[in-house]
Write a protein that binds this ligand. Sequence first.
Ligand code: FEO
Length: 392
Amino acid sequence: MNKIAIKPGIYWVGGIDWQLRNFHGYLTQRGSTYNAYLIVDEKIVLVDTVKHYLFEEMLSRIREIVDPSKIDYILSNHVEMDHSGSIPRLLELAPRARVITSPPGEKGLSRHYKREWDFQVVESGGVLDIGERTLQFVHTPMVHWPDNMVTYSASDKLLFSNDAFGQHIATSERFDDEVGWDILKQEAGKYYANIVFPYGAQVKNALRAVEGLEIDMIAPSHGVVWRSLVGEILREYGKWANGETEKKALIVYDTMWGSTEKVAFALMEGLAEEDIHVTIRNLNTSHISDIMTEVLTSRLILVGSPTLNNGMLPSMGAFLTYLSGLRPKGRMGLAFGSYGWGGQAAGEIEKVLRELKWELPLDKINVKYIPDLEELEEIKAEGKKLGKLVKK
Ligand code: FEO
């Protein structure tokens, strides 16, 4: 294996998970990487590890550079097992290594692995002198778990950001400019929408904590290293954390005999007449984690289901459970549906949108059996009304 240096004396020694397609429910069409970095200074520091089943790959990469028994510190920026999963086996080969982590990190690692490791617990703002470099630790709780921290090397102008700024992409490329902004913006956005969406306030705190640092490279724990697009990704994170949206609409629906779909497309026509960009997603053909990427930037979100067994379709129930957990704020919404009798689904959807505290300027649309041409014109007019409102 070739050595992959990201800075002089700092090497990428992670694992590439080419076949990963499901990351706790998140559809990872492009796979992922778990990034570990080896800093070779007077002290040898491994920054994070990889999922347990990629341990051998990480070890081979480390062995190209140093004998693993020489590792002085394993720096655990985050307890989640995609990053800590190889610590137990590595410690067998690096018995003198101390495990550096935050106070919640120590508790979390102890609960996960039930071992008494030689921990060095660091506070936010704490530093560690490793020779030519001094590493600085900044706690970033809830980006993504309570234990998260980032590590900064001032002499390298390098931030090891762990989950923040990550992307689920399996690739042989290691740097942002080798992949390109179009793909990375999409994948970093999907990552943000599905992993850290509920923690906008904490992301803002994290951005504030690092804004005074001189950074020319961000090395996250998933995907490629940011070296050419650092400004771009920091700017997007700022927008996402502030809940900034675009004047565009997303229609999410499922349908049984096609009536709810007719409503969805009539709404789209009305919105399009107001020149609103519309994306339509059918829950049968789109994964909820991809739909969340659209939710991230859409100001208006219209959600529809027919009534089945006195409630909404199970696919819509799953989507709304996922959406509610990720808690997007400040959206404008509309519930819609169709029914034969009962007709509860649209009301149930509206209740969830209300609980999210979205603005609901129009009453729900609920059509009995099959909408006729006159009803479809009325629905289109409702779409136009929403289009005018979202443009304001
Ligand atoms: Fe990539 Fe929260 O772990």
